[in-house]
Design a binder for this molecule. Structure first.
Ligand code: C2E
Ligand code: MG
Ligand code: MG
Length: 573
């Protein structure tokens, strides 16, 4: 009897232990993030554990019910998953698939493990199912970021360089060619500054999408940075060559890009082309060479395509050397001013002088301002140079005014960049006060490039300057967009007719017609006209006859040093 009691107690204790164990395993499975199927192959029993009910809305009671899982799997993954789920051989198999669970698309990962007994009969099988949707999308994002540019969907720079290196290597083996085009949107800064970076980004995005469309076999494109793209063509031929891609770009840019916020933007592009093996044998250098050509296009008026060749490289290296030399010159103040007199056409009396900067480099070579001013404008040093010119010219004028006792006009060239600075007017007025110079004796020469960006804002500022009594002169008239109609709206005092007109005025009747109509227009608007670059007596006589007010040019005087100009002033007293 006792023995029976003892056995019963033992069984109870074992049962309790088993229940506790089962409870423990169930809890562990439930707290895990997967859904599990345990299958006893010997007893033909199946248990669903863990998140099964969260994942699936069907029960699986016997092995053949596994195919119910396949019903939620996207078609293209069914075959490979079938093998995983119905695995019979010893060991582990896994796979993942896109599935529809309760109306949602998710990525599930499946892992099946089969166990055998000593006689090699399968005994148990466990199927673990995990939801890896988040991991998958993170992975996809990482892969995308590794190869593509987020804004345009084109290749990113790094991956593009890798692909281009492969092109170059293959072309080396096959003795063939790779063309690299750098495409740079002209005046992109104006879009960004004027319409905002969101519009700028959308423009870049649309242009990128367009480039993507024209990519095909052996043509790849990437977004290098900001508004710059690169296209590479392996073994250019037929429709896959620089010309056809250029044509496609010209065709697309004939029409505006429609921005979602309503703007229509017309663009032009500058394109530099470098080819393997002629320009270089390395992918990165090919890109650099094509970039150098774009730089040149930008200086030559944009909206064009040019090929890389040796003179381009020489020019580029010269411009870098010039830029370095200029930086030093700005630091050492290696500049001086000279002054070119201007005379009234009627009585040939002195009207004033134009202050012109001079730079003597370390080897005492004179470098023309026509060469270095554009470089200074590009690298920003024009701000320092320009303030120095203003201070030097005003100081010189104050000294002459005091020494000779009569007024004339000191005309100072102002670059667009200088003029656009918010503090330009204040600092000019401060210099005039400091040297006690009357604003009406100072004239600022601006070019049409100042007006291109924002006509209204520039006109407003001109009005402020004229409010102080400072004179404004429009320089190099006839070389820019020169529309006579906008002259009416401009608050200016003087208009300088560019030397290019004067050069041909005696030989070309069309130039004479234009020059006469400019002078008539200027007269009717009440401005003063100055002819620049008058070298011949005949030119002077003609200009005088058609009513030009003032003459400046070598015929009367070259630009003079301050000492030389003092003899002119002595004669004028
Ligand atoms: P610009 O303002 O149109 O100045 C007139 C240029 O024509 C000067 O050249 C002058 O020397 C030249 N010139 C005048 N008369 C004749 C002539 O009869 N024949 C010929 N062949 N040339 C004549 P320069 O001094 O070489 O200056 C070139 C340009 O550089 C200037 O053109 C102006 O745009 C710029 N520049 C000169 N000095 C300054 C400056 O201080 N600041 C700024 N921002 N630009 C300057
Ligand atoms: Mg000038
Ligand atoms: Mg000029």
């Amino acid at each position: 009897m006792n023995e029976l009691h003892y056995q019963l107690d033992l069984l109870k204790a074992m049962n309790q232990k088993l229940t506790e164990r089962e409870r423990m395993y169930t809890k562990v499975c439930e707290s895990a993030e997967g859904a599990f199927l345990y299958c006893s192959l010997e007893k033909k029993q199946l248990s669903a554990l863990g998140q099964w009910r969260e994942f699936f809305d069907f029960e699986v009671r016997e092995t053949k019910d596994f195919s119910k899982i396949l019903d939620v799997v996207e078609e293209q993954y069914v075959l490979s998953l079938r093998e995983v789920l119905f695995l019979e051989k010893l060991g582990e198999e896994s796979g993942s698939a896109e599935c529809r669970l309760r109306g949602k698309k998710v990525w599930l990962q499946f892992r099946t493990q089969v166990y055998y007994d000593r006689e090699h009969n399968p005994t148990d099988k466990v199927i673990c199912i995990y939801n890896v949707t988040r991991l998958k999308s993170q992975n996809e994002e990482l892969t995308f970021m590794a190869y593509y540019d987020g804004l345009t969907g084109l290749y990113n720079r790094n991956y593009f360089v890798r692909l281009l290196s492969e092109y170059v290597r293959n072309a080396g083996e096959k003795n063939s060619v790779v063309s690299v085009m750098i495409i740079d949107i002209d005046e992109f800064r104006k879009v960004n500054d004027g319409l905002g970076i969101i519009v700028g980004d959308e423009l870049v995005q649309q242009f990128g999408l367009f480039l993507k469309e024209i990519c095909e076999d052996n043509v790849i494109a990437c977004h290098l940075h900001t508004d710059v793209f690169c296209v590479a063509i392996f073994e250019p031929s037929g429709n896959r060559n620089v010309d056809s891609i250029y044509k496609a770009i010209l065709n697309r840019t004939k029409d505006a890009f429609h921005i979602s916020s309503g703007q229509d933007i017309h663009i032009t592009v500058s394109i530099g082309v470098a080819e393997y093996p002629q320009a270089s044998r390395s992918a990165l250098e090919l890109i650099n060479c094509a970039e150098i050509v774009v730089f040149k296009c930008k200086n030559q008026g944009k909206n064009m395509l040019q090929y890389f060749d040796t003179p381009v490289l020489t020019d580029f290296l010269d411009s870098i050397e010039l830029e370095n030399k200029l930086k030093k010159a700005v630091f050492n103040r290696d500049f001086y001013m000279c002054y070119q007199p201007q005379y009234y056409a009627g009585n040939r009396r002195l009207r004033g002088v134009e202050a012109l900067i001079r730079w003597k480099d370390e080897d005492s070579r004179l470098i023309s301002p026509a060469t270095f001013i554009p470089v200074a404008e590009k690298n920003g040093s024009i701000i320092t140079i320009g303030s120095w010119v203003v201070e030097e010219s005003v100081k010189q004028y104050a000294a002459w005014r005091k020494q000779f006792g009569f007024p004339f006009i000191m005309s100072i060239n102002i670059s667009a960049l200088q003029y656009k600075r918010g503090d330009f007017v204040d600092s000019l007025v401060e210099v005039l006060k400091r040297y006690q110079v009357s604003p009406s004796e100072i004239e600022l020469e601006i070019t049409e490039s100042v007006l291109i960006d924002d006509f209204r804002a520039v006109s407003e500022r001109l009005k402020v300057l004229r409010g102080y009594g400072i004179r404004i002169s429009l320089d190099d008239f006839g070389t820019g967009f020169s529309s006579l109609s906008y002259l009416k709206k401009l608050p200016i005092d003087t208009l300088k007719i560019d030397k290019s007109f004067i050069d041909t005025v005696m030989t070309d009747s069309a130039t004479r017609v234009i020059t006469e109509s400019i002078i008539n227009m200027v007269k009717s608007l009440g401005f003063e006209s100055i002819a620049e670059g008058v070298e011949e007596a005949q030119q002077y006589e003609y200009l005088h006859a058609i009513g030009c007010d003032v003459i400046q040019g070598y015929l009367f005087s070259k630009p003079l040093s301050p000492q030389e100009f003092e003899t002119v002033l002595n004669g004028a007293v």
